[in-house]
Design a protein around this ligand. Structure first.
Ligand SMILES: Nc1ncnc2c1ncn2[C@@H]1O[C@H](COP(=O)(O)OP(=O)(O)OP(=O)(O)O)[C@@H](O)[C@H]1O
Length: 579
C-alpha cells in the first residue's frame, strides 16, 4: 500500500482536475437516481390522480424530470471529459517522469534490463496507472458519498428501510469487491508480468529474426511466444469470469434489497403512513442507488494490476545510477589535459578488475592510441571518460579537475565519439546528424558531410538529406553508417575526440578510406583512438598497450615493437603494417 500513497502523491499536480471530475461524477449519480425516483413517483401519482379524479400539479415534477435528464446527460459528458483530461495529463507526466529517471541509469543501470520489458514499463505499466483514478478513486468516492446520502435519505422515511439499503449496498460495494479482489489478485498481478514477458519475447524475436531463421529456431521462438500468450489469455479469462460473476452478484444484491425494501414499505402504504406513488419512488430509488456501487468489484479487481505496475515503475525510479552528478556547477578548465592516475574499475563487486592501476597522461592536441587484446579494458577507458561508469580507485583529472566534479552533460559536451556501435535512429539523415548539434545550419551539415566524405553519397540519393536511414541504420552500409557517425562528430565540434574502433568490421579498403576522413576530423583535437588495426597507428603520437586491465607499456610504434613483447606479438598476429 506504500505504492498507493506514492501514486497519490504523483497525482497532486492534477488534484484540481480530479476533484472536478469527481464532482461531475457525483452530480451525474444524483441526477440519475433523482430521474428514476421522480419519474416513478410521477407516473404512479398521475395514474392515481387519474383514477380518483383529483387534480395534480404536474408542472413541478415534469420540470424536475427534465432538469435531472439534462443534468445527467451534461454531467456524464463533463465527467468523461474532465476525468479523462486529468488521467491523460497524469499519464503524459508519468511517462516523462519515468524517462527522466531512466536516462541517468543508462547504460550501467540498464544493462540487465531487456528492451521489451522497458517498453512494457514505459507503455503498458504507465497505462495501468490510469485505473487508479478512473476506475478506483472516482468510483470509490462516488460510492461512499452517494451510498451514504442514499441511506440518509431513506432514513427520513424509515430506519428499517435505511438499514436494508445499507446492508445491500455493503454487500455489493464492499463484500463482493473484496471477494473478487481476493480471488483475482494473483491473476491480475501475474498478467502484468506475463504481458511484459510476452512483449519482451516478441521484441527479442523480431530483433533476432535473421538469426532465428538462419539457425532454424523461429518455430521454437514462436512456441515460446505462444506459451506466454496462452498464459496471459488464461489470466484474462479468469478476470473476465470474475467480472461477470461480480456483475451478477451486484444485480442480485440490488434485487434482494428491492424486495427487502418492499416488505418494509408495503405495510407503511397499507397503514396510510406512506402514499402509493412514494412506494414506486422508493422502489426505483433503491434500484438506482446501486449504480453507485456497481463499478467497485471491477475497481478492486484492477487494484492488484495497478499496484504491480506501480511496483515495477518504482523499481526503476528508485534504482541508484552508477554515476551521480555533483551538486555544484562543473569547473571551467582552461587547458584540457587528461590524467589517469592509478585508476581501477570493476563493473560489479563479484567481477574481476576491468582496469587496474592505470596511469597515463594526454596533453591537449595529442593523439594517443590504445591497443590491447580483446577484453583488455580499452572500451572501459571510454566508459570512464564519458561517465557511464565510475572508477572505484585512483583519480582521473581533466584540465586539473577531478572527473567527478564535472556534471556528465558538461563533460560530454567536450567530447565527440565515433564508435562502431553509433546508433542511428529511424529517421532522416538530416535528423540523425542534427542529433549532434540541433542548431547546425545546412552549410554546417554540408561541411560535416564533406569531411566525412558522405556528401557524394547523399547527393546521389533521390531524397538527399531527407532519406530515411531505416531501423538502426539498416538502409546504410557499414561504411556509410560510420561516416554518418564521423559527420556527427564534426558537427559536435568538441576538443576531445574518442574513436572507439571506428573501422572495426569493415573491409580494409573501406577502413582505409574511412581513416582518411577520420584524419581530417582529428585535426586540432585531442584524440584517443582505440583500435585493433596497426595500419592506423602511424599517425599517432603515442600508443598505450593494455593487457588484462593493466597498462603494460606506452610509446611510439618503433619503440614498442623493440621492447614490448605483448605489442610485438599482437603486431605479428595481425601480420601488421603501420601506415
Ligand atoms: N558492461 C559491462 N559489464 C560487465 N563487465 C564488462 C562490461 N563491459 C566490459 N566488461 C568486462 O570488462 C573487461 C574489459 O572489457 P572492455 O570492453 O573494456 O575490453 P576491450 O579491450 O574494449 O575489448 P574489445 O576489444 O573486445 O572491445 C572484460 O572482461 C569485459 O567482460
Amino acid at each position: 500500500m506504500r505504492e498507493l500513497a506514492r501514486l497519490l502523491r504523483l497525482m497532486r499536480p492534477y488534484a484540481g482536475w480530479m476533484v472536478l471530475g469527481l464532482l461531475a461524477a457525483l452530480v451525474t449519480l444524483v441526477a440519475n437516481v433523482g430521474l428514476l425516483a421522480v419519474s416513478g413517483w410521477f407516473i404512479a401519482a398521475m395514474a392515481a390522480a387519474g383514477a380518483s379524479g383529483t387534480p395534480i400539479n404536474y408542472y413541478t415534477p415534469a420540470a424536475l424530470i427534465r432538469a435531472f435528464a439534462i443534468l445527467r446527460t451534461g454531467g456524464r459528458y463533463v465527467e468523461r471529459l474532465v476525468t479523462h483530461e486529468a488521467t491523460l495529463r497524469l499519464l503524459a507526466r508519468l511517462r516523462v517522469w519515468l524517462f527522466e529517471h531512466l536516462e541517468p541509469l543508462a547504460p550501467a543501470g540498464l544493462q540487465d534490463a531487456r528492451s521489451g520489458d522497458l517498453l512494457s514499463r514505459i507503455g503498458a505499466d504507465i497505462d495501468a496507472l490510469d485505473r487508479l483514478y478512473l476506475r478506483l478513486l472516482v468510483p470509490l468516492l462516488v460510492a461512499v458519498v452517494g451510498g451514504t446520502a442514499a441511506v440518509v435519505f431513506l432514513a427520513f422515511y424509515d430506519w428499517g428501510l435505511a438499514l436494508v439499503a445499507l446492508a445491500g449496498l455493503l454487500v455489493a460495494g464492499a463484500f463482493v469487491p473484496w471477494l473478487v479482489g481476493r480471488l483475482g489478485a494473483e491473476a491480475a498481478a501475474r498478467q502484468v508480468t506475463t504481458a511484459a514477458e510476452l512483449r519482451t519475447a516478441v521484441v527479442d524475436g523480431l530483433q533476432g529474426m535473421a538469426e532465428l531463421a538462419i539457425y532454424g529456431r523461429a518455430e521454437a521462438q514462436a512456441q515460446a511466444v505462444d506459451r506466454l500468450s496462452v498464459a496471459w489469455i488464461a489470466d484474462q479469462r479468469r478476470l473476465a469470469g470474475l467480472d461477470g460473476l461480480s456483475l451478477a452478484a451486484v444485480g442480485l444484491a440490488a434485487n434482494l434489497t428491492l424486495w427487502g425494501g418492499l416488505l418494509i414499505v408495503i405495510p407503511l402504504v397499507g397503514s396510510g403512513q406512506l402514499a402509493g406513488p412514494e412506494l414506486v419512488m422508493i422502489a426505483l430509488f433503491l434500484l438506482a442507488c446501486f449504480e453507485a456501487v456497481a463499478p467497485l468489484p471491477a475497481a478492486f479487481q484492477s487494484l492488484a494490476t495497478t499496484l504491480t505496475a506501480a511496483r515495477r515503475l518504482f523499481a526503476i525510479v528508485d534504482a541508484q545510477p552508477a554515476v551521480v552528478d555533483p551538486q555544484t556547477a562543473s569547473p571551467e578548465p582552461e587547458r584540457l589535459d587528461l590524467i589517469f592516475d592509478e585508476v581501477a574499475l570493476r563493473y560489479a563487486p563479484e567481477r574481476p578488475w576491468a582496469l587496474h592501476g592505470v596511469s597515463f597522461r594526454v596533453e591537449p592536441g595529442e593523439r594517443v592510441a590504445v591497443v590491447g587484446a580483446t577484453g583488455s579494458g580499452k572500451s572501459s577507458l571510454v566508459n570512464l571518460l564519458l561517465r557511464f561508469w565510475d572508477y572505484q580507485a585512483g583519480s582521473i583529472r581533466l584540465g586539473g579537475h577531478e572527473l567527478r566534479r564535472y556534471r556528465a552533460a558538461d563533460l560530454r559536451r567536450r567530447i565527440a565519439v565515433v564508435s562502431q556501435h553509433a546508433h542511428l535512429f529511424h529517421t532522416s539523415i538530416r535528423d540523425n546528424l542534427l542529433l549532434a548539434n540541433p542548431n547546425a545550419t545546412d552549410e554546417a551539415l554540408q561541411r560535416a558531410c564533406s569531411v566525412a566524405q558522405l556528401d557524394a553519397f547523399i547527393a546521389s540519393l533521390p531524397e538527399g538529406w531527407d532519406t530515411l536511414v531505416g531501423e538502426a541504420g539498416i538502409g546504410l552500409s557499414g561504411g556509410q553508417a560510420r561516416r554518418l557517425a564521423i559527420a556527427r562528430a564534426v558537427l559536435r565540434d568538441a576538443p576531445i575526440l574518442i574513436l572507439d574502433e571506428p573501422t572495426e568490421g569493415l573491409d580494409s579498403t573501406t577502413a582505409h578510406d574511412l581513416m582518411t576522413a577520420i584524419h581530417r576530423l582529428m585535426a586540432g583535437r585531442t584524440v584517443l583512438l582505440i583500435t585493433h588495426r596497426f595500419a592506423d597507428l602511424g599517425a599517432m603520437d603515442r600508443i598505450l598497450v593494455l593487457d588484462r586491465g593493466r597498462l603494460v607499456d606506452q610509446g611510439r610504434h618503433e619503440e614498442l615493437i623493440g621492447r614490448c613483447e605483448g605489442y610485438w606479438e599482437m603486431f605479428e598476429r595481425v601480420g601488421g603494417t603501420v601506415g
